[in-house]
Design a protein around this ligand. Structure first.
Ligand code: NAP
Ligand code: GLV
Length: 310
């Protein structure tokens, strides 16, 4: 069995060695533009270039080395429709996302952002504590990562809310669904966490109109994709005072350009798309297990529904 591997980070050798340890029956070869490729059963890719699409049409399944598949589905009909696309589900990303988001929520709720500013100015001044009753935390997207984040936040006893496409029932979480549930969800949310896949329906979802529905003093945490958020709208709502600040891990253009106004806004915390990294050992373990299931003719979790876009 041969697997075609494509990476952007030049770490093909490390991935090949990981596959050799965990799936010794497979030969893994690195894809290189312009080189002829022997027949492969499977492909494991991360944001592949258009030049790879022809080779992807010849495999039995494409494994995406990440959770979000927007960088593949953007190819539309050029992405071979007959080949199943399988994303990573969790593979060690859930706990990372729970750490990142819990930190961002607690940092703002416990006023560490204000105390950091005070400390830089040499000010010793206790500030009024926020009350959790005034801090409903809402998660957009109740999938693998959204539910893991809610589990983590439940430990801190925040009022919790969630929004998804289909109606969910989660203990301790007020669940809203669909277009019809979005406004009620937003109007009762103080801390907004975006964990949606990027699809036609969710592109630009967080624009001025929707961000304005959040409770006054809202805080925005975007760990999904930059294109969910209308960046100038967030900035102007922060400047007008309706939104207190944001922690952003993803941006329209990555790396975030040096001249982008977010860099100059102290109420925005920026990280370079690191909230939940693809972990090599865990990802290869998951893909190896899924390949064994596919070889046995069994279905695998994380198979993308192309009509839904995730
Ligand atoms: P997932 O398991 O597929 O969950 C997606 C959730 O979003 C589901 O609950 C789904 O609703 C909901 N949803 C999708 N379209 C919707 C719509 N139009 N309206 C309302 N809800 C909608 O995905 P995941 O594994 O949790 O990952 C989520 C996203 O996180 C990924 O797509 C990726 O973009 C991002 N991510 C970012 C990083 C990072 O480092 N920044 C790392 C990993 C992932 P249903 O349950 O009803 O289907
Ligand atoms: C990272 O952003 C991912 O989608 O896995």
């Amino acid at each position: 069995m041969r697997i075609l591997l494509q990476r952007l980070d030049g770490k093909e050798a490390e991935w090949i060695s990981e596959f050799a340890g965990q799936l010794p029956e497979a030969e893994v070869i690195a894809w290189r533009e312009g080189e002829s490729i022997p027949d492969c059963y499977y492909a494991a890719v991360f944001r592949p270039p258009a030049a790879m699409l022809g080779d992807l049409g010849k495999v039995r399944a494409i494994f995406n080395l990440g959770a979000g598949v927007d960088a593949l589905l953007k190819f539309g009909e050029a992405l071979p429709a007959h080949v199943p696309l399988v994303r990573l589900d969790d593979a060690g990303m859930g706990v990372q996302m729970a750490e990142y988001v819990s930190h961002a929520v607690l940092r703002h709720f416990r006023r560490f952002d204000d105390y950091e500013a005070q400390a830089r100015a040499g000010i010793w001044q206790p500030l009024p504590a926020f009350d959790k009753v005034d801090f409903p935390v809402g998660v957009l997207g109740l999938g693998v990562l959204g539910t893991r984040v809610l589990d983590a936040l439940a430990q801190f006893e925040f009022p919790l809310r969630g929004w998804s496409r289909s109606q969910k029932h989660i203990d301790g979480v007020d669940c809203f669904a669909g277009e019809e549930g979005l406004e009620a969800f937003l109007r009762g949310t103080r801390v907004l966490i975006c964990l949606l896949p990027l699809t036609q329906d969710t592109h630009n979802l967080l624009d001025r109109a929707r961000l304005s529905m959040l409770l006054p003093g809202a805080y925005v945490i975007n760990v999904a994709r930059g294109a969910h958020l209308a960046e100038p709208d967030l900035l102007s709502l922060i400047r007008s005072g309706h939104i207190a600040g944001a922690t952003l891990d993803v941006f329209r253009n990555e790396p975030l350009p040096q001249q982008h106004p977010f860099w100059q806004e102290p109420r925005i915390t920026i990280t370079p798309h690191v909230s939940a990294n693809t972990l090599r050992r865990e990802s290869v373990a998951q893909i190896a297990a899924k390949i064994r299931r596919l070889q046995a003719g069994e279905p695998v979790a994380g198979t993308v529904n192309r009509l839904q876009g995730y």
